[in-house]
Write a protein that binds this ligand. Structure first.
Ligand SMILES: Cc1cc2nc3c(=O)[nH]c(=O)nc-3n(C[C@H](O)[C@H](O)[C@H](O)COP(=O)(O)O)c2cc1C
Length: 184
């Protein structure tokens, strides 16, 4: 059964090595019948090519406010209103800090501030970054705004260190989304 049929899922990808896992999340969501749109920060594009996520989501990936040549612009307000749920994953320390403080210097952040739907965020970073009080305070701050925290997992990190900071697996993020829609 397609449990997310016609649900509109907006995904915001920021600059972490865990960005590659978003390809699997997009596939899982599409298989469940969701409509998926992907926003990427400029840094995220260094970690996974937009063409991969555009192909899997069947929608162009959006990462700029406007196109220089034509002046055509991407409407962050419309994107924020379009979504039934907005999932920021992976959420870098930088993006989390900006979200927590209302900074709006890219389309992911502008859409975050415009979104009326439930916002979820799944941090990914090295263990020392993750446990730093600045990051932990920003995570707590986002929760006080009503944003849904998808906790990082413990295990081997891209740095080679072991600890807490791995982004939740795509299947786990899917479970949070299904739960939000009352499907598990
Ligand atoms: C190889 C590499 C891996 C990185 N992985 C992470 C990460 O997992 N989490 C994180 O918070 N920052 C990570 N960074 C740093 C971010 O990419 C950097 O803070 C960037 O400014 C984030 O921008 P954004 O939040 O606009 O995407 C990494 C940087 C490099 C070069």
């Amino acid at each position: 059964m397609k449990t997310l049929k016609d649900k509109r899922v907006l995904i915001g990808v920021s600059g972490s090595i865990a960005a590659y896992k978003i390809a699997f999340l997009v596939r899982l969501l599409i298989k469940q019948g969701a409509q998926v749109k992907v926003l990427m920060t400029a840094t995220a594009k260094a970690f996974i090519p937009p063409v991969t996520l555009a192909t899997l989501s069947k929608e162009p990936v959006i990462s700029d406010f406007y196109k220089n040549e034509s002046g055509e612009w991407n409407n962050h307000v419309e994107l924020g209103l379009w979504a039934d749920v907005f999932v920021v994953a992976p959420a870098s320390a930088n993006t989390i800090a900006k979200m927590a403080n209302g900074i709006c210097d890219n389309i992911l952040l502008a859409t975050y501030l415009s979104a009326r739907c439930k916002v979820m965020f799944a941090p990914a970073m090295d263990l020392d970054m993750y446990q730093h009080p600045a990051v932990q305070n920003n995570i707590s701050k986002l929760q006080t705004y009503g944003n849904h925290f998808i906790e990082a997992e413990t295990g081997e990190l891209a740095s080679g260190l072991e600890g807490k900071g791995r982004m939740a697996e795509p299947e786990t993020i899917l479970q949070h989304i299904l739960h939000h829609f009352g499907q598990n």
